[in-house]
Design a protein around this ligand. Structure first.
Ligand SMILES: Cc1cc2nc3c(=O)[nH]c(=O)nc-3n(C[C@H](O)[C@H](O)[C@H](O)COP(=O)(O)OP(=O)(O)OC[C@H]3O[C@@H](n4cnc5c(N)ncnc54)[C@H](O)[C@@H]3O)c2cc1C
Length: 417
């Protein structure tokens, strides 16, 4: 079977790898000059299985209202004259109903657990290096009032098959001594024992090299122009290179893994995808004193900021802004991350050499990615992973390959079509 994958981010590269492993002849196109150069470039680095709860949950509406008018709010809606944005926001509110949150959490947990197992197997099989870190994620809480929910949260995670431990401040520092300076303000932590972290961009590069060695044809600086479709279904894609030359790629199946742009690409086919960009920021800073740097990945639950050690650098990421496709950086948002770093790890890093970045999370209102068939025969989706695209990458790619090749995917998940 000949397959064209549109997009070489985490979703596209993993799809291509597993499709090739399943015996397909695979071509990947991407408008960028290499893999993982858009949203998969500098994310928070967390393989965060211990955070399956979607953004849309019963407490989200009141939290968003509380943050309203604060330009540094962790989640900010910048209203635009854009029907897609308003529709997304309305659907988001609907997904905050308890029953929906419960259902969505179960689905994400099932895919996330499967995905981490597939990532571990892939690492074993290929030996790829991507600054991977194990030992779990520490979810940090600074307010005593937040602690009362932790035993219930832990029980909920355990029921989903996710190992987690509630830690006192003392136990937290024993596990991560670099947090000693915040002993007095730390109320407690939840340790996602089996979580991991790693550099998503390096992963995309390393896996695409392996995939190319296995026969996948990567075509960079190539933009999708449209789909070649008849009443029988899809026959391939129309493409344009960086010099404006047009071409055609024949395919039995096309996979749309174009991140936040997926909805726009398939709109001419009459498909309306509930995928909207949610902008986030990161800074990456060289570590000056490795012996004082954290070894575990951290999540500051009050500020919704994550911190991962990637080799000899720290990556701090967070903030979510619903502001269309605008990729211009907002200095205040980066400053919030620098401020967090200063407050938590003073003098540890060279902030003057910080690499500033922002990207567009391809988000669905429910946080449930769109993986599987569409109503157009031959057209498949692997997109809409929102804040968990790294966590869910391998499982989504493998499940997609199973669906394309007629195998039943393993996770209990509402696959499309
Ligand atoms: C600040 C931030 C922090 C994050 N932290 C985490 C985290 O800690 N853990 C986690 O699990 N997830 C995290 N995420 C989410 C994760 O990074 C994304 O879900 C994931 O990168 C999305 O991957 P993707 O392949 O769908 O999209 P992308 O990486 O954007 O890939 C899509 C590709 O499609 C290509 N493309 C688009 N249009 C066309 C076209 N017309 N023709 C050809 N090519 C096209 C683009 O060039 C791009 O390479 C974070 C995201 C952000 C923004």
């Amino acid at each position: 079977m000949e397959v064209v994958v549109i997009g070489a981010g985490l979703a596209g590269v993993t799809s291509a790898w597993y499709l090739r492993q399943a015996g397909c002849k695979v071509t990947v196109i991407d408008r960028q000059p290499g893999p993982g150069l858009e949203t998969s470039y500098a994310n928070g680095g967390q393989i965060s299985v211990s955070h399956p709860e979607p953004w849309a949950n019963p407490s989200a509406p009141s939290t968003i209202l509380r943050w309203l008018g604060r330009p540094d709010a962790p989640l900010l809606f910048r209203w635009r004259a854009d029907a897609a944005q308003w529709k997304w926001a309305f659907q988001f509110l609907r997904e905050c109903l308890p029953a929906r949150t419960h259902r969505n959490t179960r689905a994400i947990a099932s895919l996330a657990l499967y995905s981490r197992r597939e990532l571990q197997a892939l690492r074993e099989q290929t030996g790829i290096q991507y600054e991977a870190g194990q030992g779990g994620i520490l979810h940090l809480f600074e307010k005593k009032s937040e602690l009362k929910h932790l035993p219930a949260k832990q029980a909920q995670l355990e029921a989903l098959g996710i190992r987690a431990r509630v830690l006192t401040p003392g136990e937290t520092l024993e596990l991560e001594p670099s947090l000693a300076f915040m002993e007095s303000r730390l109320a407690g932590a939840l340790h996602g024992v089996d979580d991991e972290c790693g550099n998503a961009h390096l992963f995309c590069q390393a896996l695409s090299t392996k995939a190319a060695e296995a026969g996948v044809d990567f075509q960079f600086n190539i933009r999708l122009q449209g789909f070649d479709r008849s009443t029988e279904g899809l026959h391939g894609v129309r493409i344009r290179d960086s010099e404006g030359r047009l071409g055609m790629l024949r395919a039995d199946a096309c996979i749309v893994a174009a991140g936040s742009y997926s909805a726009r690409l398939v709109a001419p086919l009459g498909l309306k995808l509930p995928v909207y960009p949610v902008k986030g920021y990161s800074i990456t800073v060289p570590i000056l004193a490795p012996e004082r740097a954290p070894h575990l990945s951290l999540t500051d639950e009050s500020r919704r900021i994550v911190c991962s050690r990637l080799g000899n650098r720290l990556r701090i990421a967070g903030t979510a802004e619903l502001n269309g496709y605008d990729l211009r950086p907002n200095a205040l948002r980066s400053a919030t991350l620098l401020h967090w770093l200063d407050e938590h790890f003073p003098d540890l890093t060279d902030t003057g050499a910080a690499e500033h970045w922002c990207g567009l999370r391809p988000a669905t209102p429910s946080n449930i990615p769109l993986i599987g068939r569409t109503s157009v025969p031959g057209l498949y989706l692997n997109t809409g992973h929102g804040s968990l695209g790294w966590t869910l990458a391998c499982g989504s790619g493998k499940a997609l390959a199973d669906l394309v090749t007629g195998q039943p995917p393993e996770p209990m998940f509402p696959f499309s079509g």
